[in-house]
Design a binder for this molecule. Sequence first.
Ligand code: BES
Ligand code: ZN
Length: 918
Amino acid sequence: MKKLDRKLFGDVCCWFKTFISIIVFLLAVAVAVFPFFIYYLTRSIPKLSSELTHRLPTTIIPSNYRLYIDSSQLEQFVFHGTVDIDIQINKIVNEIILNSFDLNITGVKYHQNDTDLFSYGTVEYDNVYEQIRLKFSHRINIGHGRVYLSFKGRINDQLHGFYRTKNHEHIGACTQFEAAYARRAFPCFDEPSFKANFSITIRAPKHLTTLCNMPIKSKHADDNNTYTYEFDSTPIMSTYLVAYVIGHYDYVETRDSDNVLIRVYTPIGKKEQGLFALTTAAKILPFYAEYFGIKYPLSKLDMIAIADFGSGAMENWGLITYRETYLLVDTHISTQKTRQEVALVVAHELAHQWFGNLVTMEWWNDLWLNEDNFASWIEFLAVDHVYPEYDIWTQFVSDTLATCMIPDALQSSHPIEVSIRKPSEIDEIFDDITYGKGSSVIRLLHAYIGNEAFRRGLSNYLAEYAYKNTITDNLWFHLSKASNRTHLSDVLSTWTKQIGYPLLMVNQEQRGNDRLLTIEQTRFLADGTRDDSLKWKIPINICTKSNPNSSVFQLYLNGEKKQEFLLKQVPDTEWIKLNLFSVGIYRVHYPQSMLEALTPGIQNHTLSPQDRFNIQTDVYALARAGHLGYVDYLKLLRYAYKYEDNLTVWKSIIRQLTELSSIFEYAQLNNTKILYQSYVCDLLSNIYNKIGWDALPNEDSQIPMLRSLILIYMGINAYDQTRIEAHKRFENFSMQNNDYHLINPNIRAAIYLTVAKTGNQQTFDQLKSLYLKADTQEERIRLLTALCRFDDEYFQRQALIFIWNTTAVRKQDHLTGFASLAQHNRQGCEMCWTYMQNNWNKIESIYGRHDSHLVHFIETVPGLFISKERAEEVQKFYANYPNPYLERSVKKVLEQIRIRRLVLERHELSINEFLNVQ
Ligand code: BES
Ligand code: ZN
């Protein structure tokens, strides 16, 4: 020991010198590096924070909430409350972090279980991350405890959180918590994986109905004016599913075959309007219970129509909230389309009671697991079961599949499985792609593995993850197991994790009695550019002339770029068609001869409506992308579709023709638009004459919808006969004191829109007064849309003022009017765009900076332009009002404008020539 000391001492001098030189060197390095270090630090802070700090730490887990909300001062738009949360602490901490936003925390206390110790805390607000930090004077130990909070807040007018709603003069309040708005109503651990039980107590004015997720356990009068309701404790569930509503309502009720008490709450005096949804729900709930093999876990289910509602509907467990137009059906005023929509929306939200509520995604990344996967797919299965006469599966292809394939062909699309870092990104992905592609993938999968394996896999999955959280792979696992197909997740991930979908280029060669088929895949892009970097695994079903409605060949493209298949026993007299029933999410480019061979099958309707839909929509998309001429499409329609009579096929054709006419608003040649209108009227004349204006005895339930579609479109295209008849019927209606019985609801929109087009001040005033008097939101929307469809600029200006009249038009409906005006013609669109540019701050403040309405404003209005100048204006607009939430929409709009310009530049001349000589 000593020896060592000495040796050390002997070297001290030399050591000292070395030490000094090292210090000097280190200081020099530090001075040089310091600025870079600071730069690095400041740069990395936002990255770190946005990725991590939006999420709550997992050291503290809530298990039970006792929530008390005092809404007795509802009319002053204020509330206060308390929440006690049982928590488990997994690591010693010195603060508790949870979510809270726009709330004033008035008290903080913590009690560690099995001790007498109560500690009082202070609060730090973090408004960027929507969190609060509860600080205590000492550390919090591992174990169980309870945190007590009291708070105050405002009943806001932003359609989310705890917000106000008004019907006539009746003020009420309700909640909308998905995706991350529960934190605006009470402090909580507001992430889907922090599931807990909720025991909720609400104090509310006596004269109002007060509802919550669970049935009332007790009710007592506090004073002359209020009751306090205690509700049963909920099952373990996520915060975004908590709900309460206070307001004036009537209801109808029934019990389903499993004895669940179902009620539909309607505005006062309109309870009959709840009957359709009630009977629908009473049939669908047991259907799901059986299909999933799990009973609906609560004893009651309330469905309520809320007068002010931002989205369409919300699946809160046991208390589903709806926009009025998605729940109420009036026998005299509602259309068949409304009934069908109500049935689908009810079926969608009921499905969430299992998918979403019972089994919940771990984090919003897997949102598609709730939204598309099941809810948006199984709503069709359920409606088909209850109303087979709707032929709803056929409509799936035009309403769901087609709508997602348009935006998914843009460079600015996104995969349906995306990473979500913070709550504000969640709303961004609630779009047609998420809903439509997800449900189309499920439709494909269901067809691929068959109903029984599919059902078994689902029900095992639900049983395993009931009251828990899950990820997409767990679902694939159960479906693979039930179907004995190990490669399922491999196939599916090419559809869910990749952007876009493929274009299949097909070629055939006759080899004796066999057919050699070559298929090459590339990504289908709407602007026609080629992208060979992505490949899909694609099951393909093929039908033939002699078997047009069954899968004669089942091919599988295993992700290679090009594959050959020898189809046995296909003589040269047979045509073949890929993508039977339009189940696949891809486009097919046939050589001209293969396409021509299919046309008799279209004309004589031996091909199914889905296949007839599929052929023309692919040709349209190929023309739009510049792979074919538009004239090919217009010829195909005239040649093969003139005698078409199916709603789904017409819906698709009309949507496409509408796009083309909106492009021709900018035609270079002055007769293109008029020539095109007469082409359209000629194309539709046969179906127009066939179905007429009035219901025929015993007609199918799709016919009223088809009639409405055709009449509206003929009216828009200035077809003389339609205009004359619409005016005649409208005048008759006016002379009979607007007696609603005089116009069948299914043709009402056609009449209103047609008379508006060429209408004068009297027409405008009449439509406006009908709007103000209308007794249902459905009728009001129809009239608002018509008020925005005048050709005359003078009335368009009046309409624009009316749209933004906040006493006459609800917050959720401004957009409907605005979109109607923008879509009417070029002049309307320009007027709306100017308005948006001048009033964007106002629009943002009405909805909030992270609301999906903003996306729709951006995507519908400037998305209709054509020119480079307008595209520059959109860019400038975004530079003036930057908002990361709208970034994708702006890109999408710019791409859309470019594609529309390309269509006009590439095709107007040839179309004009074709139309001139027809
Ligand atoms: N859970 C959604 C509604 C939602 C999603 C609210 C994201 C807030 C954020 C609900 O199940 C839903 O999908 N509603 C649709 C209607 C539905 C029938 C397609 C909607 O609101 O558009
Ligand atoms: Zn949903």
